[in-house]
Design a protein around this ligand. Structure first.
Ligand SMILES: [Zn+2]
Length: 104
């Protein structure tokens, strides 16, 4: 294991830690409903992405129409895993949004 040659002083420690900052997440406004949305993500309010319904949240969402060009053949097991991953992403987004609302 690598061992530091000298003790890090309080000043150097402070300088290093001063460069660790929280950054604002990149957000845009939804073209459909105007809500503030994380960039490159489906709108959590109306389920639109790039002017098309992309989430089951929207009543016009047609899964077959969207999945016309599968990237690769997936087995049933993989599909289940992908669906679960998407669900957790949606939940995480919802939590983020609710946290932002709480902060305001
Ligand atoms: Zn929207």
């Amino acid at each position: 294991m690598a061992v530091p040659k000298k003790r890090t002083g309080a000043s150097a420690q402070g300088h290093r830690r001063s460069n660790w900052k929280a950054t604002k997440p990149a957000t845009t406004t939804c073209s459909k409903c105007g809500a503030i949305v994380l960039a490159h993500t489906v709108c959590t309010e109306c389920g639109y992405y790039k002017g098309k319904p992309a989430s089951i949240k929207h009543e016009d969402y047609n899964a077959e129409a969207v999945e016309t060009k599968p990237a690769k053949k997936t087995t049933k097991k993989e599909e289940v895993v992908v669906e679960k991953a998407e669900e957790t992403k949606e939940e995480a987004k919802a939590e983020e949004v609710s946290e932002e609302k709480d902060a305001e």
